[in-house]
Design a protein around this ligand. Structure first.
Ligand code: BDR
Ligand code: CA
Length: 312
C-alpha cells in the first residue's frame, strides 16, 4: 500500500450501485478501505449486510463489515425492491457468504476508527445517513477529526422517490440534517449529476468484455438495474449513482463541484426529504457543502472499466 493511500469507510445499502462502489474503492491502492458499514435502505439491513459480504467474497477482500441502523431516526422506513429486486442485488447468482459480519455496531466502528486516525478518514455514504447521524450524536468529539464526507444523495432539482426528494435523503431526512449541520466538509453527488451517467448497453458491454468474474458480475448487475430506469424514465440504462463517491476521490477532475448552502426538508408532506440547494446563493448563507453539478460521463465509465480490470 503506498504511503499516500487514503483511508475510507464505505457506508451503504447494497444495492447494485453500492456494490459497484465497493468494487471500485477496493480495486486500487489509492484508497485504503478500513471497513464497510451497512444500513437499511434499498432493502432491509440483514439483506444489505449479506450483499456486502457477497461482494467482499467475490473479490477475496478482507475488510470488516459492520451492520448498523435497521431503521431511520424518526421517519417510517422505506425500501426500494422495485429498483433493486427482493434481494437488493437481483440479477447475478448470489452465493451464501462464508465469512460473517462483525458484531460491533456501524456507528461505533465509525467513532473508533475516526478517533484512532484523527484528521485522516473520509466517509463515503451511499445510502440513508442514519449511521453517520448516530455516530455524530453519540460522539460529537469526532466531528473535527473527520477529513471529509462524500455522499451520494439529494438533488439540486427533482427527486426520484417523490417529485421533491431523492431516495437516500427521503429515507432519513433528520439524519441528513444532522450530517449537513455537522460542520464536516461534505461533497454531495445528487441526482442532478448521477443522471448524467447512464450505463447504456455499450458501457455495460465494456465491463463484460473484461472477461472476468467481476466484469461479468458488474454487467449483470447493470442489466438488472437498467430495467427500472427503462420503465420509469425511458432511458437505455441505469444511472450509476453511488460509484461517483469513490470515483471522486480517485479522479476529481472528472467532476465540476460548486460550494453552496444545502438544507434538508424535515417537514412531512410533499416536500419531505428535499435537499434545498442554494445554487445561486439567493439566501446569502455560507456554503455547507460542495455539490457536484457535472460529470465527464465517458471519463467516469472509462475509470470504472480500467480499475475493475485489475480484478482477475
Ligand atoms: C440512491 O438510492 C438507491 O436506490 C441507490 O443505491 C442510490 O444510493 C439513488 O437515489
Ligand atoms: Ca445506495
Amino acid at each position: 500500500m503506498p504511503l499516500s493511500s487514503r483511508p475510507v469507510i464505505l457506508d451503504g445499502d447494497p444495492g447494485h450501485d453500492d456494490a459497484i462502489n465497493i468494487l471500485l474503492a477496493c480495486s486500487n491502492p489509492e484508497l485504503e478501505v478500513l471497513g464497510v458499514t451497512t444500513t437499511y435502505g434499498n432493502v432491509g439491513l440483514n439483506r444489505t449486510t449479506q450483499n456486502a459480504l457477497i461482494v467482499r467474497e467475490l473479490i477475496g477482500a478482507t475488510f470488516p463489515i459492520y451492520p448498523g441502523a435497521d431503521r431511520p431516526l424518526i421517519a417510517e422506513r422505506l425500501s426500494a425492491e422495485a429498483v433493486h429486486g427482493e434481494s437488493g442485488l437481483d440479477g447475478p447468482d448470489l452465493p451464501v457468504p462464508r465469512r460473517p459480519a462483525e458484531t460491533l455496531h456501524a456507528a461505533q466502528f465509525i467513532i473508533e476508527s475516526v478517533r484512532s486516525r484523527p484528521g485522516e478518514i473520509t466517509l463515503l455514504p451511499t445510502g440513508p445517513l442514519t449511521n453517520l447521524a448516530l455516530a455524530f450524536r453519540l460522539a460529537p468529539d469526532i466531528l473535527p477529526l473527520i477529513r471529509e464526507i462524500v455522499w451520494m444523495g439529494g438533488s439540486t432539482d427533482t427527486g426520484n422517490w417523490t417529485p421533491a426528494a431523492e431516495f437516500n435523503a427521503l429515507c432519513d431526512p433528520h439524519a441528513a440534517q444532522i450530517v449537513f449541520e455537522s460542520g464536516v466538509p461534505i461533497t454531495m453527488f445528487g441526482l442532478n449529476v448521477t443522471h448524467q451517467a447512464i450505463a447504456n448497453p455499450a458501457r455495460v458491454a465494456a465491463f463484460r468484455q473484461l472477461g472476468t468474474r467481476v466484469g461479468e458480475f458488474t454487467a449483470v448487475l447493470l442489466e438488472f438495474f437498467a430495467e427500472h430506469h427503462r420503465l420509469r424514465y425511458g432511458w437505455d440504462g441505469g444511472a450509476l449513482h453511488d460509484p461517483m463517491t469513490a470515483a471522486y476521490l480517485l479522479a476529481p477532475e472528472l467532476f465540476a463541484v460548486r460550494p453552496m448552502r444545502v438544507d434538508i426538508d424535515i417537514t412531512t408532506g410533499p416536500s419531505a426529504g428535499r435537499t434545498h440547494c442554494d445554487v445561486w446563493n439567493v439566501t446569502g448563507q455560507a456554503p455547507n457543502a460542495d455539490v457536484a453539478m457535472q460529470v465527464d460521463a465517458d471519463g467516469f465509465f472509462a475509470l470504472l472499466v480500467e480499475r475493475l480490470a485489475g480484478y482477475r
